[in-house]
Design a protein around this ligand. Structure first.
Ligand code: BGP
Length: 489
């Protein structure tokens, strides 16, 4: 048994990490436009102007002074402003995806291209036209778009004036945005995802030291608004086009294993998983908060404001599929931690049985098979792995080649793991490796942390020709797709 014959092989990107054109085509400022570049050791900053007009920068939202407003500051380098210039080069890039044989391409729409401030009555026609052109270009090659509606990208105006998703009004504004795109792209798009890694907000308290209690409480309210917005979008999508397939998207690898077989570690892991993964996925797949939600709210002193209408909306907007990002796994323990590891939104004790990438993310293909079984066993709806990959330093040789055997090795092992999960009986429909073309890293803002099958000539400081080059993995993945996952050599 191998991959089903209509398996969706492809790749994934997000608007802010690849488009550039930050102030073109009538686009408004997004919250991600005020994020600087960082590195493994230096955080990315959010830049702002304080009440006296002095520029400043903060490592996270809650460190920004109350009277300041986020702003683009002169002299600061913002890697998303140009990114890899997909905005102007999408035709060239899509031709390369087609050459690899992509069946699907995951991308996101920047809300600020459609509603520059997020609150306008009418959408921005130039923004609508841009995505129409991209979808048509994909269709030309028979590539199915898989569109994330919000991928870490909110109109800055809404952040500044409403407090972003903390404010219930965001649900209505998201409604307006989704209704426009569902109508506009009917017949061009079939697959949609509501929020990228919606569960990530609940992990912030574990990622940042001194994360304020007040912010934790707000985060639960914020994600509740997103759950409702997501559910309403699902319902609306089906009303507009019954052929639409609309899924949720979660960060799928965190807190996977107990570090030891001490039952206390097992319970700690179970609680973490409930909090980090199932709290969110249960709401979106099953249409109601899980039985353990009350315990979590009590733990953090959360008093959720939830209306009767919210409850009904959640019930009526369950997703058609569950999709997730999978890069690595992490461990949980109640014992003293000797060595910690990094990860995609998941720090934790180092797993002695795994090796780690240059950015400290574990390499764990078995964890992919394990999570596929866990999620399918719990929900019994179709799954897609919509992010996976190895962030690594690549070398562009003088003759224009890039020998990324480490990336091929990573994918070979992960594709084998998916094959095993399919043999286990999991209903897995597609695979879109992250950053199929090199793009700006979300966590560090670097170009150096590359994921692509296609190399983009640009460095961390923004220098480079932006020319595209095929890596060794490009040819390898092309063969994998052509043989539907049979030839992995
Ligand atoms: C996920 C995000 C992506 C992406 C990826 C890789 O959390 O959904 O946007 O960037 O992680 O992470 P990074 O870019 O930090 O290496």
């Amino acid at each position: 048994m191998g991959f089903p014959k209509d398996f969706l092989w492809g790749g994934a990107t997000a608007a802010n990490q690849c488009e550039g054109g930050w102030n073109e085509g009538g686009k408004g400022l997004a919250d991600s436009d005020v994020k600087t570049a960082g590195s493994l050791t230096e955080p990315r900053y959010i830049t702002y102007m304080d009440a006296q007009g002095n520029p400043g920068k903060a490592v996270s939202e809650h460190a920004i002074p109350a009277d300041a407003h986020k702003a683009v500051i002169d002299g600061c380098y913002y890697p998303y402003h140009e990114a890899i210039d997909f905005y102007h080069r999408y035709k060239e890039d899509i031709a390369l995806f087609a050459e690899m044989g992509f069946k699907v391409f995951r991308m996101s729409i920047a809300w600020t291209r459609i509603f520059p401030k997020g609150m306008e009555e009418e959408p921005n026609q130039e923004g609508l036209a841009f995505y129409r052109n991209v979808f048509q270009e994909l269709r030309k090659y028979g590539i199915e778009p898989l569109v994330t509606i919000q991928h870490y990208d909110v109109p800055l105006y809404l952040e500044e004036n409403l407090g972003g998703w903390k404010n219930r009004r965001m649900i209505e504004l998201f409604d307006r945005y989704t209704e426009v795109i569902f109508r506009e792209y009917k017949g061009l798009v079939k697959y949609w995802l509501t929020f990228n890694e919606i569960n990530s907000v609940l992990m912030m308290k574990h990622l940042f030291a001194n994360y304020p209690d007040k912010t934790i409480k707000e985060d639960f309210q914020l994600i509740h608004h997103q759950f409702v917005a997501s559910a309403r979008a699902v319902k609306r999508a089906h009303e507009i086009d019954p052929n639409y397939v609309i899924g949720c998207m979660i960060a799928g690898g965190p807190s996977t294993y107990p570090l030891t077989c001490d039952p206390k570690d097992v319970i700690a892991t179970q609680e973490r998983l409930q909090e980090n993964i199932y709290y969110s996925a249960d709401v979106m797949v099953r249409g109601e908060y899980p039985y353990f939600a009350e315990r979590i709210w009590q733990k953090y002193g959360v008093e959720l404001s939830m209306t009767e209408q919210d409850i009904e909306d959640l019930r009526n907007g369950t997703v058609d599929m569950l999709t997730y990002s999978y890069y690595c796994t992490s461990c949980c323990t109640t014992h003293e931690v000797r060595e910690t590891a990094g990860g995609n939104l998941n720090m934790g004790p180092k797993n002695p049985y795994l090796t780690y990438s240059e950015w400290g993310w574990s390499l764990d293909p078995d964890g992919l098979r394990y999570t596929l079984n866990e999620y399918y066993g719990r929900y019994h709806i179709p799954l897609m792995v919509v992010e996976n990959g190895l962030g690594a330093v690549d070398t562009l040789e003088e003759d224009g080649t890039i020998h990324d055997s480490y990336r091929i090795e990573y994918f070979r092992a992960h594709i084998k793991a998916m094959k095993q999960a399919l043999a286990d009986g999991v209903d897995l429909r597609g695979f879109t490796p992250w950053g199929c073309i090199d793009l700006v890293s979300a966590s560090t803002g670097e170009m150096k942390k590359r994921y692509g099958f296609i190399y983009v000539d640009k460095d961390n400081e923004g220098n480079g020709s932006l020319d595209r080059y095929r890596k060794d993995s490009f040819y390898w993945y092309k063969k994998v797709i052509a043989t539907n996952g049979e030839d992995l050599d």
